[in-house]
Design a protein around this ligand. Sequence first.
Ligand SMILES: Cc1cc2nc3c(=O)[nH]c(=O)nc-3n(C[C@H](O)[C@H](O)[C@H](O)COP(=O)(O)OP(=O)(O)OC[C@H]3O[C@@H](n4cnc5c(N)ncnc54)[C@H](O)[C@@H]3O)c2cc1C
Length: 404
Amino acid sequence: MKKVSVIGAGFAGLTVSLRLAQKGFEVDLYESSSRVGGLLGTDITDYGIAERAANALIRTEKADALFKELGLTPDLPLHSSKKRFLFRETPRAWPLNFLETLGFIARLLPKALRGKKNFKPHKGETLQAWGQRNIGPQATRFILGPAMQGIYGNDISGLSASLILGPLFSKKKKDRYKGLLTSPHGMQDLVDHLEVKLKEMGVKIHLNASANPKSLSGPVVIATSAEAASRLLTDSHASVAALLKQIRMSSLMSVTLFFNKAQESFKGFGCLIPRGYGLKSLGVLMNSYIFQGRNKTYNETWILGGVEEDALMELPDQEILKLLAEERHRILGHKESLVDYRINRWKKALPYYNLQLEETLKTIGQMAPTPDLYLHGNYLGGIGLSKILERSEMIAEEIANQYG
Ligand SMILES: Cc1cc2nc3c(=O)[nH]c(=O)nc-3n(C[C@H](O)[C@H](O)[C@H](O)COP(=O)(O)OP(=O)(O)OC[C@H]3O[C@@H](n4cnc5c(N)ncnc54)[C@H](O)[C@@H]3O)c2cc1C
């Protein structure tokens, strides 16, 4: 049986190992920390669960299939989560006023009637410039900005429109989007099920272990962050390593707050917060209104961070809680007392989807193929778990075609 080595056991490494094992490969999975899952994980508290990073996957057919084969009954969002808020002085379902809405429609409609291709991003265009060109300044600031920053953790003035919106214009058949899904006990449960399945299939998981790609024979999948991949490849693939080193990493913090009383003024998925208000928070997830079983004690997860916010990661817990109490009061108008909290600081954990990354990925794509080396992870065009799963399947297919 042909052997494949996978380095990094986050969601990317776990799922590519699963797909490779299913294709009959002997898989060795190397993880430098003492557990698998990478960014994914769930803290269990006396008041309910707190997700460390992702709280759900986009529900595609591939994600549904993964849950089914792992024997996990997915938790689907509650009806209350259909309502979403955008902050403009206060949380609003629609943040534009009457005249702005008319302006937005007047700008959008003629373009939309001329076809989808009119919205295609230009090369080297930021999301902010794309928004100004296509939907106007107000919709860019109050809708596009907060929505994209909620996913990519950064202000849209630096984000690449091609990287983020480009896939919507590709001719490739797209997996249909059907909302979200998670595991009833949180994302750690998904990680645990993946680990059990891999072991059942004979995948050898090496914890507290890193492998030098140079010393491995056969195909190697590097499924770490871009930064770690650059370090791993310095000896064996210096030119790829140099390109990966250019990818800027961005810090993000998730803070789950458990309250003595639920806020009932805004019942929904959460609220996204545009820049320009002097607020550090990027958005809040109202967990108890999103998934069932998350209301043991009413709780919310606040997300903060970005490439310019490394200093925020160094603040002690009490200062973060004070900052959030002030911002929560300003945003939601509430001041309930806290009964517990969990803070996860992810320093330089996510790739910054900026114009530099657009250039770097283009250059990597134009390089001669590197035999036996496959790059995987959230910096390669999809930051979310469903995109990572899609890439896992694609890489396993490529390796099977080449070596199977
Ligand atoms: C706060 C937050 C909220 C998020 N919310 C969502 C969400 O709701 N939905 C969604 O789809 N996505 C979300 N994401 C994004 C998503 O969680 C990540 O993109 C995804 O988990 C990344 O998985 P990965 O396997 O690519 O990387 P990682 O999880 O970073 O895994 C990489 C692994 O490689 C290991 N490693 C590093 N170096 C080495 C080495 N030399 N040798 C061996 N192993 C090594 C690391 O220890 C780690 O385990 C969120 C992210 C954050 C931070």
